[in-house]
Ligand binder design. Structure first.
Ligand code: GLN
Length: 338
């Protein structure tokens, strides 16, 4: 009798222990603690340099650093720089890909753009030449310019309005273009112009090339802050519904495909390294933003301008790696974060 009772007690205790380690809920205090720790630990990190191939980005103060978590319920945890509006740059790319998924379905993204990682730099012209799909995936410049060209639009103005209002649906806030960034990038956009023209030449661009280039460059010049970026990610964490407005922005069944592209190509030729260390779908931009998504739970956003050679924010990738490993939320199990 007594032995049975002890056995019963032990197995109940073991069950509780194993459930607790598998699915311990993350408390508000835990979220705030990891955000504060990530900020404190990496704010003095000196590695990397601002992007300067878009001349104005070199003038953004390098020391700014913000870290934000927003949960799928819209709870906000933050530290550091929250208000400064930086250019969204390539973090915009998966969100415009999501607009194409909404309009034409994930098959169109696969067939008209592609979903393979290139293993090459985000602005590679060689990738475009050696891969038969040309645009390769929507998170490199070629695929992102192709995505803009696929928006079902009646005019350039309409194309731009759709791109902007889709991103505003993700941020739950009206946004404006940082015109100085736009001018600085458009005046020097010879590489992206070459990409747009090559895509058109190969039949892989679906609007007039200069129009696609202008709308793509405006998209990259949208001003956002760290909170906006976290809200964009939280909408994906919340299966496509913006936690603040309750508006569905992306159909639930398309969210996994979008996150899959972010997991395999969000850090360009550093995507393998990123998944190895942090284990989360994410997207970076040369303005210094990164957003990572813990599916069904929350998003982590960071802003810090200095970039590593692959164009990814140094403080940001360390902060998100730290949060992912400390909370044990890597997609395939807790990652080391190193
Ligand atoms: N607008 C930038 C470009 O086209 C975006 C690049 C990036 O953020 N990686 O080069």
């Amino acid at each position: 009798m007594i032995v049975k009772a002890i056995q019963g007690y032990l197995s109940a205790a073991l069950l509780t222990a194993s459930v607790a380690t598998v699915a311990a809920p993350i408390s508000p205090a835990d979220y705030q603690r990891v955000v504060d720790e990530a900020y404190a630990q990496f704010k003095d990190e000196k590695g990397g340099a601002n992007a300067d191939y878009i001349p104005i980005l070199a003038t953004v103060p390098s020391e700014m650093f913000g870290v934000v978590i927003i949960t799928r319920d819209g709870e906000v945890y933050s530290a550091g720089e929250l208000d400064y509006e930086f250019s969204i740059q390539s973090v915009s790319k998966p969100f415009t890909a999501s607009l194409i998924m909404q309009q034409q379905g994930p098959r169109a993204v696969r067939e008209k753009i592609g979903v393979e990682p290139t293993g090459m730099a985000f602005n590679s012209k060689m990738a475009l030449e050696i891969y038969e799909g040309r645009s390769v995936n929507p998170l490199v410049n070629a695929g992102a310019i192709a995505a803009v060209s696929l928006v079902e639009a009646s005019s350039e103005k309409d194309r731009w309005q759709q791109v902007l209002s889709n991103i505003e649906d993700y941020t739950a806030r009206d946004l404006t273009v940082l015109e100085e960034v736009y001018d600085s990038e458009y005046e020097t956009a010879w590489g992206n112009r070459a990409i747009a023209n090559l895509l058109f030449n190969y039949g892989r661009l679906y609007s007039e090339p200069e129009e696609a280039l202008r709308v793509y460059t405006r998209q990259c010049s949208i001003g956002i802050n760290t909170l906006d970026l976290a809200m964009m990610g939280a909408t994906l964490a919340n299966e496509g519904v913006n936690p603040k407005t309750g508006k569905r922005v992306l159909d639930r069944e398309h969210v996994p495909e979008l996150l899959a592209i972010m997991a395999t190509a969000g850090f360009y030729d550093e995507s393998g390294e990123w998944m190895y260390s942090a284990g989360l779908p994410a997207k970076t931009g040369v303005g210094g933003g990164i957003v990572a998504v813990v599916p069904g739970k929350f998003a982590i956003a960071t802003f810090s301008p200095p970039l590593n050679p692959a164009g990814n924010s140094v403080r940001g990738l360390k902060a998100i790696g730290y949060i992912s490993s400390t909370l044990g939320v890597g997609l395939y199990g807790p990652n080391a974060g190193e």
